[in-house]
Design a protein around this ligand. Structure first.
Ligand SMILES: C[S@@+](CC[C@H](N)C(=O)[O-])C[C@H]1O[C@@H](n2cnc3c(N)ncnc32)[C@H](O)[C@@H]1O
Length: 252
């Protein structure tokens, strides 16, 4: 098995609440930027003018990917591998109200969608109605199933193996129908991280490498770097790259 491969880590022991507290306990400006960019990209996502079947890959202990897609989504599938994160997500959706951190990011979503968008007054209730949490691996995603796929900090943050990163990106692109929309955020120039003392892998990818992997499979690729610094801000983190694209109609 390749070193630092996905299968070599204890994903079912991922401490979801520690991760949430460490990364989202205090909303970070870079995450606000990424939520704004994702919401604007999803608001204009093809196919336009109808509700979308959406999937978020590696949702983990994070509701903002689902909140960004909520105004356009007919149904949202959260495709998450770890049993602890699945249980955490189920608990989060069953809560009486959104945590203040999610309410904060929902405000960013509201400000980012254009006037006239259908914005829920009770996003948690609507999320509960539309969301389905599925336990599965990015490597087992079905082909050509959804209109829109989102993926935040997954392909590069589940492995230290470049071939697995490429396979995860390929699955991400191919899980939407040809002409379907893709919205993602990647950690760049980052190193392995710890959650509650347990190690997890991150592949140190550059914006050029992400472009090289995505470009043959997509059109209209737009990329933006956010908050890149030469020192670590949070465990494993030194900046990110936001990307949006459309899956090419011709088979890639
Ligand atoms: C760094 S976390 C990102 C979580 C979340 N998307 C976020 O934005 O904070 C990586 C996530 O990928 C999940 N994961 C690990 N291996 C996976 C796999 N093979 N397929 C799908 N998800 C996986 C982990 O359980 C975790 O939720």
């Amino acid at each position: 098995m390749a070193t630092r491969a996905n299968a070599g880590y204890g994903w079912d022991s991922f401490d979801s609440e520690s991760y949430f507290q460490h990364y989202y306990g205090e909303p970070h400006v870079d995450d606000e930027v990424v939520v704004g960019l994702a919401s604007r990209a999803i608001a204009r996502a093809q196919p336009f003018g109808r509700d979308l079947e959406t999937v978020d890959i590696g949702t983990g202990p994070n509701l903002f990917p689902l909140l960004c897609a909520l105004p356009r989504a007919r149904r949202l599938t959260a495709w998450e591998f770890s049993s602890s994160n699945v249980a955490w997500l189920e608990g989060e959706l069953a809560a009486r109200s959104l945590r203040p951190q999610w309410a904060h990011f929902w405000n960013v979503v509201e400000r980012s969608y254009p006037p006239g968008s259908r914005l829920a007054s009770d996003p948690l209730a609507v999320l509960r109605e539309r969301a389905e949490i599925r336990q599965g691996s990015v490597f087992d995603l079905p082909e050509a199933t959804w209109d829109l796929a989102t993926m935040f900090f997954c392909a590069e943050s589940i492995t230290g193996d470049d071939r697995e990163f490429e396979r995860a990106c390929t699955r991400f692109v191919r899980c939407v129908k040809p002409g379907g929309s893709l919205v993602g955020a990647f950690l760049v120039g980052s190193s392995d991280y710890e959650v509650a003392g347990r190690p997890f892998p991150i592949l140190d990818v550059s914006p050029d490498r992400i472009r090289e992997v995505l470009e043959p499979m997509v059109r209209d690729l737009e990329m933006e770097t956010i908050g890149l610094v030469d020192r670590e801000i949070r465990s494993g983190y030194s900046g990110m790259l936001f990307a949006s694209a459309v899956r090419r109609e011709a088979a890639a």
